[in-house]
Structures are given as structure tokens and as C-alpha cells.
Design a binder for this molecule. Structure first.
Ligand code: ADP
Ligand code: MG
Length: 525
């Protein structure tokens, strides 16, 4: 298995390259909060040395909410206990906010921890003989922070934050587990540390209480704290902005995990064991449009550009993929022919792992979720490629519009637009066929035109008169898959692309003549 490189931000594996980056408040330093290098922990056991953490490299940025997942015994606690100083590394470096934590002696560690770190445990670990309020005050006393009256005030306001002021003077044993954990969180915040580390904080709570505790952590992240949380709960783990999967003391490549987030932990570990990362020099073709393809690629580092060949033979850049995204799935789920060319960017090499046909098929056979996700992405990429190839829309505008949009499918005979109605929407025909029909004064319909995949309609009402000039009905024995745009979205598209603007203008004047011609012919008859 290979280790992850320094990782930073989060991208969802979607065909749209728009940035879903975690933006940090500008007044906060942009250096990573945690920098860990070559971290190793070896335990001496009667049976010989046992390496529980095996050469971990990782960075955590300020404001990140990181879930640490992995099987029991994989090394999660050992890993975070070295961050908190509960356990000490055999070798390697841990630098937190500039402090070389790995090199601290016990008293340095205790002093540093008291001010910089909040720790939350699975079994709460409140002092049983102190009241809840006293438990929260204690870290301030131990670290000699704040005045006596400030401490009490501060502790009460923290208890208010976790909705525990009513019980402030009770002993831990007098309240429920969930309530104890809320107090433990208040205690972890006592000295206002930038970093909270929690080892299975919801592991001993029912799911409803766990969700409440988790929501508290989400609030803390929103207020600027950084959180590392070991968890067994994969539903909760999905809600954070970063997931680190540990297997046998090593981190499974984070971008592989992100790309295949629909898989179970076991499946991910299994895939990671099988694949070897490949490096492609800058500006190298990885797959070529039109060729037969038998590999599925997951991008782990660098950027890859996606190109489509236009009818004239030139290549247009239609998308840029980043780490955690994948490509090559369309050929594998389709007819085996590559539908696009994907190239490493000119600036830097690309690291990717390739799964062959058999491995890919095994994955999607094992995981309905992954299959559904791939099918959804393929549909979007298909739509995008079609529209891009047809009309040279501005890529960014089109991406933004399509992002939120679901194609609508109609059966044969369905009337999409009715002549005479007032309407201001515009339609892109993604697949199928529609008839354009004109009614004469006797209400008789004449077929003016038939449109197929890639055409659009409704532009006349959007551009000029608001009344529909003709009816548009799905052709008999066919279907129509369309995307409906509002007048504003249509406006955004036309103003983003001169080419498209010209095209619509030309086309609508041709169509106008066609309609006029048809009604004249009809009148003469
Ligand atoms: P996790 O938190 O992922 O369940 P741990 O970090 O607690 O896993 O443990 C990782 C491995 O290290 C386990 O196999 C465990 O038995 C071993 N281990 C943990 N602590 C010690 C120790 N003090 N001495 C020997 N082995 C240990
Ligand atoms: Mg553990």
C-alpha cells in the first residue's frame, strides 16, 4: 500500500471542476496547523517489535474537520495519541502551529497541551468528585489562565454553549452519558485551544445523542476550530470535509478514498492494496478519444485536461479534473470506445492509479452505490460533452447552469410547448426526437420540422415575442430528454458565448421564415 502525499483541500468527484474548496478566513495564517512527517510508532512486545503506526505523512489545515476511520486495531488511537502527547513517537516529526511537539519533554508537553489542545475521550473521563462546573473550570486552574471570577463566568458560558447550565452543580454521575460528553466538550474548550482531538467521542452513545454531539463539533468547526475525530460511524464520517482512512498503521491515499467514497472501508483497503500509482509526465495523453479503452483511472495528484474533437478535427478543452476525480469509466460502462481524450496538464505530472476492466467490474458488482454514482456522473458528462460539442457554449457558464439541473424525460406524444401559450423557457434536447407543429386558423396541425438530439427550442419566445409560435411535441414512438432553462439562464449562456449568440440568431430567423412559409402555403391551399 502506498502513502498519501501532503494533502490539502477537498474536491468532490463530479464532472464539474468548479471549486468546492474550503476557504479560510483571511485573517488566519495559511500555514498548515499540523504537519506530520515520517511518523512511526513501534511497540516492544514479548512476540517482538510491533509497528502500530507505519510512516505517516500528513498535513491538516486550519479549520478542517477531519474524520479518522479504520478497523479496530488499525492504529487510529496510537496515531492521535502521539498528536496529543499521550503517547510518544518512535521516530518522525509532529509540528503543531509551529511547535515541535515530538521533541517536547513531559513538562513541556503538559504546558503546551494545556493551552493548545482540547481532548475528548470515548468514556468522557470527567472527575467524578467534581461538579460539572468544576470539571470545566479545572483546566483553566491547572494552566493558570484567567482570573478566578473569569474562570467561573467562562465555564458557565461554555456550559451554556452545550446546554448544560441547568445541571452545572451536579456531579457527573447524576447526568446521562450524552450530557457528560457535552460537558467534556465544554471542558476541552476551556482554554480556547485552536485544535480539538477526539477519540470515538460518540462511540459510547446512542445514535440520536451521537448526532447531537456531532452537531456540536460542526458548530465548533464553523467557529474556526480544527477538529480531528476518530469515529466508527461511517455516516458521521461522510459529513466532515476530510476523511483519513488508516489500515495497518498506514494512511490509505486520501484521493483514492475520496474518488471511491461509495465503497466500504474493506473494499477501499482492498483496492489500495492492488493498485500501483503511475506517473504521467506533463502534457502526455493518458487516454485517447476513439480508441478502445480498458482502464479506469483515479487521479491522485496533478491535473488532467479533458478534450473533445470538434467536427473540424480540432480539440476543445472541455473540463479539467483534479485529484480525487476519475475518468475512463465511460468506455468501461459503455461500448469500450473512449469518448474523450484526457491529457496531463502542461504544468505538472499526473499521478494516477489505473484499474483494469476486471477490477473495475468487480468493484461495481460489489457496490451498487458506486455503480449508481458512476451512472449519474456518466449521464452528466454525456450531456456536457454533447452540448459542448454541439454549440461551443462557454464552458464555465454551461457547467454552472448544468450543475443544479436534472434532465427531464418525456414520453412520445407529450406536448412540451403549446402554440399561443405565454412562455419564457428554453429547452436543450439531450436525446430523442420532437416535432415542431403549427396550427392553422381551423386548428389543424402541420408538421414543420423534426428536431433530434443536440437541438434546442423555445428560443423565439425567450428572445422576442413571449407567445409560443409553434407547438413542440415529443415524436410518436420516441421520447425526449430535455433540460429546461429559464430566460435568465438562457441570457447567461448567450452573453457568455458570441458563437452561441450568433447561432441562435441565425437559427431563429431561419425558423421564423420556415413558420411563415408553412402558414402561407397552408393559406394558399
Ligand atoms: P485503533 O485505535 O485503530 O483501534 P490502536 O491504535 O489502539 O488501534 O492499536 C493499534 C495496534 O497497536 C493494535 O494492534 C494494538 O494491539 C497495538 N497496541 C496498542 N497499544 C499497544 C501497546 N501499549 N503495546 C503493544 N501493542 C499495542
Ligand atoms: Mg482506538
Amino acid at each position: 500500500m502506498f502513502l498519501m502525499k501532503f494533502s490539502r483541500l477537498i474536491l468532490t468527484p463530479t464532472f464539474i471542476s468548479s471549486s468546492k474548496l474550503v476557504t479560510m478566513p483571511s485573517n488566519i495564517s495559511t500555514s498548515p496547523l499540523i504537519e506530520i512527517k515520517n511518523l512511526i510508532k513501534t511497540y516492544k512486545t514479548p512476540a517482538g517489535d510491533f509497528t502500530a503506526v507505519n510512516n505517516i505523512d500528513v498535513e491538516v489545515q486550519r479549520g478542517e474537520f477531519v474524520a479518522i476511520i479504520g478497523k479496530s486495531g488499525s492504529g487510529k488511537s496510537t496515531f492521535i495519541n502521539m498528536i496529543t502527547g499521550i503517547d510518544r513517537p518512535s521516530s518522525g516529526e509532529i509540528v503543531i502551529d509551529g511547535a515541535p511537539v515530538h521533541s517536547f519533554n513531559e513538562s513541556q508537553m503538559a504546558a503546551w497541551r494545556g493551552k493548545n489542545l482540547g481532548i475528548v475521550f470515548q468514556f468522557f473521563q470527567l472527575f467524578p468528585t467534581l461538579t460539572l462546573l468544576e470539571n470545566v473550570i479545572l483546566p483553566m486552574e491547572l494552566n493558570n489562565l484567567y482570573t478566578k471570577s473569569e474562570r467561573k463566568e467562562r465555564a458557565m458560558s461554555l456550559l451554556e454553549k452545550v446546554e448544560m447550565t441547568q445541571q452545572a452543580h451536579k456531579l457527573p454521575s447524576a447526568v446521562s452519558g450524552g450530557q457528560q460528553q457535552r460537558v467534556a466538550i465544554a471542558r476541552a474548550l476551556a482554554n480556547d485551544p485552536p485544535l480539538i482531538v477526539a477519540d470515538e467521542p460518540t462511540g459510547n452513545l446512542d445514535s440520536k445523542t451521537a448526532a447531537k454531539i456531532f452537531a456540536l463539533f460542526e458548530d465548533l468547526v464553523a467557529s474556526g476550530k480544527t477538529i480531528l475525530m476518530v469515529t466508527h460511524d461511517s455516516d458521521l464520517a461522510r459529513r466532515v470535509n476530510r476523511t483519513i482512512l488508516i489500515s495497518d498503521g498506514e494512511i490509505v491515499n486520501e484521493y483514492l478514498v475520496r474518488a471511491l467514497s461509495q465503497l466500504t472501508q474493506d473494499q477501499l483497503v482492498e483496492v489500495a492494496r492492488r493498485v500501483k500509482p503511475q506517473v504521467f509526465a506533463p502534457d502526455t495523453n493518458i487516454i485517447r478519444e476513439g480508441e478502445i479503452g480498458d482502464k479506469f483511472y483515479i487521479l491522485l495528484d496533478g491535473k488532467a485536461n479533458v478534450y473533445l474533437t470538434e467536427s473540424g478535427g480540432s480539440q476543445v478543452l472541455v473540463n479539467q479534473l483534479k485529484r480525487g476525480q476519475y475518468f475512463g469509466e465511460m468506455a468501461l460502462l459503455g461500448n469500450g470506445i473512449r469518448t474523450a481524450t484526457v491529457k496531463s496538464s502542461a504544468e505538472e505530472p499526473v499521478t494516477a492509479v489505473a484499474l483494469d476492466n476486471e477490477a473495475f467490474n468487480r468493484l461495481i458488482a460489489d457496490s451498487n452505490k458506486l455503480r449508481d454514482e458512476l451512472t449519474g456522473i456518466i449521464e452528466k458528462r454525456n450531456i456536457f460533452n454533447q452540448l459542448q460539442a454541439i454549440s461551443s457554449f462557454d464552458q464555465k457558464t454551461l457547467s454552472a447552469i448544468l450543475k443544479e439541473m436534472k434532465p427531464i424525460e418525456f414520453e412520445g406524444g407529450h406536448e412540451i410547448i403549446k402554440q399561443g401559450d405565454v412562455g419564457n423557457t428554453f429547452y436543450l434536447l439531450l436525446d430523442g426526437k420532437v416535432d415542431i407543429l403549427l396550427k392553422d386558423e381551423h386548428g389543424e396541425e402541420i408538421l414543420v420540422n423534426q428536431l433530434s438530439k443536440g437541438a434546442y427550442f423555445g428560443e423565439m419566445a425567450v428572445m422576442g415575442s413571449k407567445r409560443r409560435q409553434a407547438s413542440v411535441r415529443v415524436s410518436k414512438n420516441s421520447f425526449a430528454k430535455v433540460i429546461e432553462l429559464t430566460a435568465q439562464e438562457f441570457e447567461d449562456l448567450t452573453s457568455s458565448s458570441d458563437h452561441f449568440k450568433e447561432h441562435v440568431k441565425d437559427l431563429s430567423s431561419v425558423r421564423k421564415k420556415q413558420l411563415e412559409g408553412t402558414s402561407k402555403r397552408k393559406v394558399r391551399k
